[in-house]
Design a protein around this ligand. Structure first.
Ligand code: ADE
Length: 239
């Protein structure tokens, strides 16, 4: 899968994403992450990419031309118009489900805005998906783009070492993950739950499932309402 990130700060995205698990997947050729510098495509002789908003008001607006030409350079290279995401607090919230869906794409373009916004006309022309990463305002779309690249990438087959961890983790079926423990058996007088040392895999699975359900109910009641529980589980743990 290939990510094309339209940004005024290519170093930020490239440095942030070429490390750890994502970096390893890039080296393996499972992923490609390319930052496209919007400024390289301006036709302005001073390399300007923004201007004052029509109608007045504070701040600057990113102009349509450099963004559109940077976008076209990608489209020409890959031969089609891929799904193109604009990172904005005005979009629906990003979810694990959305991450899974985007992981099926061959290419995705992510457009990072700055200043007070982007000329609406270029958004109308190129954007297929508006996405927010949370109800707060950041100074630019780069961090949100990196969040998406990370979450989508780990759903691409082969990126995680143990493909299972992509499936059984937090948020599958809208449940949080169960608590984990490692050595030592006792730390600061706190013992590991004895069932985990029992060697009884069925009991361990049951215990973990229960912990996931209780934890979700306690910490994320909003998720719990949408959790995929059996009828019996609903009866035992429900309201
Ligand atoms: N750009 C600025 N804030 C944002 C947010 N919360 N989500 C996505 N893009 C943004």
């Amino acid at each position: 899968m290939r990510f094309h990130i339209l940004t005024l700060f290519p170093d930020m995205v490239e440095q942030g994403l070429h490390t750890s698990i994502i970096g390893r997947a890039v080296e393996k050729g499972l992923l490609a992450i390319e930052a496209v510098n919007i400024r390289d495509y301006t036709v302005d002789k001073h390399k300007k990419v923004d201007d004052y908003p029509y109608g007045g008001g504070a701040g600057m607006v990113m102009q349509a031309q450099p963004i559109y030409d940077a976008y076209l350079s990608i489209v020409e290279k890959i031969g089609y118009r891929p799904r193109t995401i604009y990172l904005t607090p005005q979009g629906p919230l990003f979810t694990q489900q959305a991450a899974k869906e985007f992981a099926l794409e061959e290419d995705v373009i992510l457009l990072c805005g700055h200043y007070e916004g982007v000329d609406e006309r270029v958004l109308e022309e190129i954007v297929t998906d508006y996405i927010s990463i949370g109800d707060y305002v950041l100074t630019g779309g780069e961090l949100p783009a990196m969040v998406l690249v990370d979450a989508i990438s780990r759903m691409v087959p082969g990126v995680l070492k143990n493909q299972e961890s992509g499936e059984t983790e937090s948020l599958e079926g809208n449940l949080l993950e169960y608590p984990q423990y490692s050595r030592p058996e006792v730390w600061q007088e706190k013992a590991v739950p004895p069932i985990l040392l029992s060697g009884n895999h069925q009991k361990v699975d049951e215990w973990r499932r229960e912990q996931s359900i209780l934890r979700t109910k306690e910490r994320r009641p909003d998720l719990f309402e949408r959790a995929e529980l059996s009828e019996k589980e609903r009866k035992v743990y429900g309201e």
